[in-house]
Design a protein around this ligand. Structure first.
Ligand SMILES: [Zn+2]
Length: 162
């Protein structure tokens, strides 16, 4: 039997076992949505030891016929809702994991960018060095050429003198 409790605090009554008597609603196929009062200690017992009493009369045959089907549909919908909620929770978890991964990758990209900036600076320094080397090389060529010309000039002058 499945029941739900609807507690009414206004008039508290107690069973022989000193437990409180509360209002409940039955959701069984035999007594769908039929209210009853029962001892909190043992609300399923209809016999002797604990208090139990139906508050409402039995449902009419048509109600008895329709309500179980409706209740089954309701339970089916509740199950579906639970499954959807669970799916949603899983998707939320997946989303959080992906967001965490994204944050980590963004952090990695930041580090790589910093490294790249360092490499860029090194490249600039190397380019500067290459340029100054090329300049020195040009001057060296000019100097060598001048020396060669001077030597040739001296040789020719020697020839002129002789
Ligand atoms: Zn009792």
């Amino acid at each position: 039997m499945s029941e739900s409790s609807t507690d009414s605090n206004c008039s508290r009554r107690y069973c022989k076992c000193r437990s409180e008597i509360k209002h409940w609603t039955s959701w069984t196929d035999l007594n769908p949505r039929r209210r009853f009062e029962a001892c909190c200690n043992n609300r399923n017992s209809k016999r002797g030891l604990h208090f139990f009493a139906w508050v409402e009369n039995e449902r009419c045959p048509r109600g008895k016929e329709i309500l179980p089907g409706l209740l089954r549909r309701l339970r089916g919908m509740e199950d579906e809702l639970r499954a959807t909620t669970e799916n949603f929770r899983l998707m939320e978890e997946e989303k959080n994991k992906l967001e965490q991964k994204l944050r980590e990758e963004e952090e990695e990209i930041k580090i790589l960018k910093k490294q790249n900036l360092g490499i860029g600076q090194q490249v600039v320094v190397l380019k500067g060095e290459i340029l100054s080397y090329q300049l020195r090389q040009r001057w060296f060529r000019v100097v060598v050429l001048l020396c060669f010309m001077i030597v040739i000039l001296f040789i020719n002058m020697d020839d002129l003198v002789v």
